[in-house]
Design a protein around this ligand. Structure first.
Ligand code: MOS
Length: 723
């Protein structure tokens, strides 16, 4: 098994991230942010800032950089362009950009900008403004805000619930979160001979190049985006960041290379968040646990401008369980809070907290084992849909996991161990299997090596290694002979590392490109004057075969006087979408210990068993999943932005925004049930990036209930909830 190819560079500090790039004559930009949540900016006095040492320019809404709305991209949500008008729509909104010869000069000058606000009343609480909820501006795939599936003869979901022998109803809440990637959003932009080169961590360099070219009114070919290394993204680097737009526009305006980085505090407000949600769920069941009705109504926050919706009902309840009657709805509440965007397992992560907690409540009400309840309602297709799952082994995830975890020892009221109350919990995990259009170039070289290039990004997911592995397999040569190249918009458009799609998308494109390049190679081999002139030729394991002879491809290229042969191959979702529904599945198991006196919660064991199709690289797949599961612990027990009435994040920094440290995390056990899914794509791999986080928060809350008898219906769960 190949280890992570980029690991040695990263561990040794030799991986060059965006802000590590320096150029002669480079200047530095600092972002200025608002100190109120809602206002019209009446004036900005930049006299002192402009005359401070080293300052080249101070950009504000009164003296803005040239930026226009870019064309839409095939990514949910929209770009937010800084300094476009005088409206302040959230606390910490970028309202200025100071450029100076040194970073220190820019930072010092940025503190001299004086802002006069005409303050307006701000709305910052989802709970207080539920009455102002509205329909969402857009939902994924153009879905309707309300989806209803009713069995024949059933008039409404309320009737179906009323007719159910057992009903549980509850309201669940999840907190606003920030991606908090280790690498703060940053950009270095160089304008030279009418071409802008931008170094900026992202999830797809071709997408950023397209968005930036639109924003700057340039041709796409005039913007070149480079990001070989990305220090974490998780959805937060899917679009151009504020430093990206500002550095690019300033580099053009000043004709100097510009570097802009956000401070950690600015990352919390100048980038987008996962919005808070409120979810009401009612489950109706027969006494044997068969689901008869599922009603899931969701609300999430949205900024005043902006359209990304955290689709909790549509993600979780629309797909999870077989039920004859279903009604889901999604509403939004516009508040004076930062922009929203996708974050690891959008919809599913907070949605599964609610649904999987509700399933546990139903198991308690029915007095049935929570695993048995889930298996009893296992679906062969999403409710109300004809297309069956292409490959689903959720039952095996649960049975394998139950055995491995010792589920048989669970009792309905937990157990005690000295001063600790110990409980076990489970949850189902799902994340849809997605592919995006992707193109890849495969080049065979005369020195018997190969280069595989695509513009896609490896934000820590392991894509670079996957490209090497799938390429080696397709070409039938050792991975050591392959150089994978990512993160450059000059490479064929690889789409986005997002939606847990990159392995399936890029892998399939590599297979297509390999077929093309081998075709070209064999044509060269049998061409007039070539070693296999006029013969039937085939390729296997790096060798061309024909007429009883064999020749390595490099030797053949040398014989015909070519340094290399290359081809681009592409893949995109297609006919398979009309034949099956696609999703990865998993079962999350968790043991918690709650201290009798201090009420602190410790997660003592975690197991996830996943059904994600073929596993390309065991080590990287485990790493993705355990990372996701740790994020689930974080969501359950640590993470959440505290929003003050004035819209300020009380804990918008790494001192206050809690994430787990090593001491908070037990050994995380990841297992696979491996069934290659070639209905979905030729590689047989479905997504594994996001499903790791799904269900973990519910499994923890369910374990806390098992340990203590206290049902906590919000995350993060704190000591105060268990007093
Ligand atoms: Mo992932 S949240 O789709 O980048």
């Amino acid at each position: 098994m190949t280890g992570r190819l980029d690991a040695p560079l990263k561990v040794a500090g030799r991986a060059k991230y965006a802000a590590d790039n320096n150029f002669p004559g480079m200047v530095y930009g600092c972002v200025v942010t608002s100190t109120v949540a809602r206002a019209e900016i009446e004036a900005m006095d930049v006299t002192a800032a402009k005359s401070a040492p080293g300052v080249l320019a101070v950009y504000t809404p009164f003296d803005p950089l040239e930026l226009q709305t870019p064309p839409p991209m095939p990514i949910p949500g929209d770009a937010w362009l800084p300094l476009r008008n005088r409206d302040v729509e959230w606390y910490g909104q970028p309202i200025g950009f100071v450029v100076a010869e040194t970073f220190e000069q820019a930072r010092d000058a940025s503190m001299l900008v004086e802002v006069t606000y005409r303050q307006l009343p701000a709305r910052t609480s989802l709970e207080d403004h539920l009455d102002d909820a509205e329909d969402p501006p857009e939902l994924l795939g153009g879905a309707e805000p309300v989806v209803t599936v009713l069995a024949d003869g059933v008039e409404s979901i309320e009737d179906a619930l009323a007719d159910s022998p057992v009903v549980v109803s509850a309201t669940y809440r999840t907190a606003t979160q920030n991606h908090a990637a280790m690498e703060p959003h940053s950009a270095v932009a160089v304008w030279e001979d009418g071409v802008l080169t931008v170094y900026s961590g992202n999830q797809g360099s071709n997408l950023l190049a397209y968005e930036l070219s639109g924003a700057l009114g340039l041709e796409p070919a005039q913007v070149h985006v480079v990001n070989p290394f990305v220090g974490g993204a998780f959805g937060g680097k899917g679009r151009t960041s504020v430093p990206g737009f500002l550095a690019a526009a300033a580099a053009r305006a000043l004709n100097r290379p510009v570097k802009a980085t956000l401070t950690r505090e600015q990352v919390f407000t100048a980038t987008a968040t996962r919005p808070a949600t409120l979810q009401e769920i009612s489950l109706g069941a027969d006494r044997d646990g068969t689901l008869l009705a599922l009603k899931h109504d969701s609300w999430c926050t949205l900024p005043r401008s902006g359209s990304f919706v955290e689709e909790t009902s549509h993600s979780s309840s629309l797909r999870s369980y077989a039920t004859r009657n279903l009604r889901i709805s999604q509403r939004v509440v516009r508040l004076d809070l930062p922009q929203t965007t996708f974050m690891r397992a959008p919809g599913e992560a907070p949605g599964s907290f609610a649904l999987e907690s509700a399933m546990d409540e139903l198991a308690v009400a029915l007095d049935v084992d929570p695993i048995e309840l889930r298996l009893r309602n296992n679906s062969i297709a999403p409710p109300g849909q004809d297309l069956q799952w292409s490959s689903k082994h959720l039952d095996e995830c649960f049975t394998t996991g139950a055995q491995r975890f010792g589920w048989i020892h669970r009792t309905p009221n937990g157990r005690t161990d000295g001063d600790w109350q110990v409980g076990l919990g489970v949850a189902t995990a799902m994340f849809p299997a997605i592919r995006f259009p992707s193109s890849v170039e495969v080049r065979l070289n005369a020195d018997e090596t190969a280069v595989i290039s695509t513009s896609g990004a490896d934000p820590g997911t392991g894509l670079l290694t996957v490209v090497s592995t799938v390429g080696a397999e397709s070409l039938g040569i050792a991975p050591e002979r392959i150089t994978p190249r990512l993160g450059n918009s000059l490479f064929p458009p690889g789409g986005m590392s997002g939606g847990s799609s990159a392995t399936a998308s890029t892998g399939t494109a590599i297979m297509a490109a390999t077929a093309e390049v081998l075709d070209a190679l064999l044509k060269l081999a049998s061409a007039p004057g070539a070693p296999f002139e006029g013969q039937e030729v085939t390729y296997a394991e790096g060798q061309v075969h024909g007429g009883g002879r064999t020749m390595p491809y490099g030797e053949l290229l040398r014989a015909v006087g070519e340094e290399s042969v290359a081809a681009v191959g592409s893949s995109a979702p297609g006919e398979e979408m009309t034949k099956h529904s696609f999703s990865s599945f998993g079962a999350q198991f968790c043991e918690v210990r709650v201290h009798r006196l201090t009420r602190e919660v410790r997660v003592s064991r975690l197991l996830g068993v996943f059904d994600g199709g073929r596993i390309i690289n065991d080590q990287l797949a485990r790493s993705q999943l355990s990372g996701g599961m740790i994020w689930g612990v974080s969501a359950a027990l640590h993470e959440g932005l505290e929003i003050e009435d004035n819209g300020r994040f009380a804990n918008g920094d790494f001192a206050g925004y809690l994430v787990p440290v090593n001491a908070d995390i037990p050994q995380v056990d990841v297992e696979f049930v491996e069934y290659p899914d070639t209905f979905h794509n030729d590689v047989g791999a479905r997504g594994l990036g996001e499903i790791g986080v799904v269900g973990v928060a519910a499994a923890i809350a369910n374990a806390v209930y098992n340990a203590t008898g206290i049902r906590v219906r919000h995350i993060p769960i704190t000591i105060e909830d268990l007093l």
